[in-house]
Design a protein around this ligand. Sequence first.
Ligand code: LRH
Length: 487
Amino acid sequence: DGVSRHIAVDLGASGGRVALGTLRAGRLEVEILHRFPNGGVPVHGELYWDILGLWREVVHGLRLASTHGDIASVGVNSWAVDYGLLDARGELLGQVNHYRSARLGGVMERVREQLSDEAIYAATGIQFLGFNTLYQLAAEPPERLAQAHTLLMVPDLLHFWLCGAQACERTNASTTQFYDPLTGAWHRELLARAGLPTHFLPRLVDPGTDLGPLSPEVERETGLRGVRVVTPATHDTASAVAAVPARGDGWAYVSSGTWSLVGVEVAQPVLSAQARALNLTNEAGLDGTTRLLKNVMGLWIVQECRRAWDADFAGLDAGAAALPAGGPLIDPDDPQFLPPGLDMPQRVQAFCAQTGQSVPQTPPEIVRCVLDSLAHRIAEVLDALETVTGRSLRTVHVVGGGAQGEFLNRLTADLSGRMVVAGPVEATLIGNLLVQARACGGLKDSSIREVVRASSESQTFTPAGGDKGDSRERFRRLTVVQGRTES
Ligand code: LRH
C-alpha cells in the first residue's frame, strides 16, 4: 500500500521516547507512543545510567507499538560517548557509567600529556572533552578492561539486547575519540599508544544496517512480529542533523537539548591547527558527511536549576524574557557547570559575583542570565565556524526539543545577526525514522531532507537591528578573564 512503518527509540540525557513513524506518499507522520524520564543515578560517589530501567521502558514502548499494524523496523539512538562492557557470554560487566561522573577528573589531562594534543587531534578530529570514551577507558580499572570481551556504545547495547547482534554504528563510534575519520576504522594504534587494550572493539557498521530480526524473547515480550533491527544514525546529534530541513550550504545548525551542538555539515573532516585551537569536533554524519561542530553547554544548566527549584515554573521563560537586556553573563562552558548538582543556581550566582557583575537572585533572573550567556556563546561559535569553513552562514537551523524555546531562538537571532529557523522539534526521531525507512527501501524518489521539509513546520526569527557589539565584547572578555583555554 506504499506505507511503511518504523519505530524510533530516542534516549536523551533527561528523557526517552518511543515513537512510531508512518511514511506515506513522501510524508512522514510521527506519533510518540511512550515517554519516560532519564537521568544520572548517583551511588556511593559514582554516577551511573539506569540502563536496565531504560531497557524496560523501551520494551514497554515496543509493546504499545505492536497494535499499530505492520512495522518494518526499529532503531535506537542516544547521547554519545557512554558504553557498556560485555563478557564473552554477552553479559553486562558492571554498570554503565555516566559521562558527567566525577571519576574522570584529571584523566584527560594525563592522556593529553602522554600522547600530545596534536597527535590525538590529527588521529581523530574530536573536540577535547574530559568525558570522551578515550578518557573513560583510561579511567577504567585495567582488570575490568582485560575481562571485557566486547565494548558496545549505549544504542549498540540496546540493539544487541533487541536482536543479539554485536556491532558499533559509525556515527556514535566517532564520538569516542579513538575512531579514525579518514579511514572510517577504529584508531587502535591511538589506544595502544595510550596503553589501552583494543581486543573488545567490535565491527563497525553504517547507519541503515539491518542487524537482524528481534529475538524470540523480545517478540514474546512485545507482541511484535517480523520486525527488523535497523541501525539509524545512532548518535542523537547525527540523527537530528540528518533531519535539518535545509538546502544548499549557507547554513549552520544548533541541535538543541541538554547540549547545544552548534555546527555545519562538511564533506571532509577539518583537522587543521585552527580547528584544533578552536577545539571543534569532526563527528561522522550520515552518508559519509562530517559534522563539524562544537559542544556548547546547552539547556543543561537551566534543567539542573529547575531540578533544584523543584517546581514546574511554567512561566519561567516568559518571566526571564520580560527582564531588561544587558544583565550579568556567565561562561556556560566553564567546566564547573558540567557536573550535576542541586547547587547549580548558586554556581551561576558565584560566577557572577566572582566576575564583579550583579548577582541574579530570582529564578527568572537566573534563567535570563543563563539563556543570554548561551546565546552569546552560540553566536561566538557560529562566527568561528564561518572563519574555519570560509562559508557565509546566514541561516541557523535550530532543531530538537530546545527549538521550542522561543526566547532563546530570538536571542540567538539577535546576538548572532542571523536568521534563525526553528524546527522540527522532533528532528532526532525524524532522522532516525527516515534512515530506517530508506534502508528498508521506502524512500525511493526523495531525499531525507525533502521528506523532512514536506512533513514538518518551522518558525523563523529575524534578527532585530541594533549593534550587539558591546555585549558580545563583554562576553568575550568574561570568558578570557575566566581563563578558558579554548575559544
Ligand atoms: C547530545 C549528545 C552530544 C554529546 C553528548 C554527550 O545528546 O549526544 O552530541 O556530545 O550528548
